[in-house]
Design a protein around this ligand. Sequence first.
Ligand SMILES: CC(C)(COP(=O)(O)OP(=O)(O)OC[C@H]1O[C@@H](n2cnc3c(N)ncnc32)[C@H](O)[C@@H]1OP(=O)(O)O)[C@@H](O)C(=O)NCCC(=O)NCCS
Length: 207
Amino acid sequence: MKLRRLIARLLRRAVQAMRIAYYRLISDNQPLRDHVRLLQPLFCTGRGRIVLKQCNIGVQPSPHLWDGYCHIEAREASASVHIDPDVWLNNRATLIAERSSIRIERGCLIGPGVQIFDSDFHGLEPATRRSGQQECAAVHLQENVFVGASAIILKGVTVGRNSVVASGAVVTRDVPSDCIVAGSPARTIRRFIAVEGPLSVEVSSHR
Ligand SMILES: CC(C)(COP(=O)(O)OP(=O)(O)OC[C@H]1O[C@@H](n2cnc3c(N)ncnc32)[C@H](O)[C@@H]1OP(=O)(O)O)[C@@H](O)C(=O)NCCC(=O)NCCS
């Protein structure tokens, strides 16, 4: 039994290491990385700038660690995705900045299957749907935000410090600090007592 567990662990590690290497190889954007901890494959693409600082990609235990990958895209040259230290990006997260930016500040927890977009990717009017000229607007998650599983955060949204986005929420408007939003479109369901002063978010050591 012990031997079986050991073999399973070694096999998981070996296969995941190969998957991680494969996704790195096929990525056409090599991000600026500073001590990124990769537990799941990461596919980076686009002509823009991707900056990953001391963050964690992939979570164990959590679903889809072994069969999924995280997708980070800065599609056009003007686009950027910036992830600060001590952010956890759970499995199968998708971040796409088409022409604007996505910024995730220190200490944010991003649940499995979360999607964040700075664009609708198509015009809304039938005549402009394929024009490629749709508006883009920056998305910003301030410090210590927690985004629940499968939530979607749409263009132009800022989520304020410490707030929680419930699982499955579709966020279309700014979220104030220190509150919980849920539903589609997301609405505030609860407020925390505001935390005064600077947050003490510890940067986990994972070197
Ligand atoms: C939102 C959440 C944090 C619970 O917050 P809470 O303040 O304890 O909320 P409650 O359970 O008291 O529910 C308050 C109301 O919000 C509703 N609600 C709770 N979670 C909701 C959700 N995900 N979507 C829509 N409505 C939700 C409840 O039905 C309730 O509605 P009611 O007042 O009409 O009965 C929790 O439901 C959630 O989504 N957690 C995220 C879990 C997750 O995805 N983790 C990621 C794994 S890493």
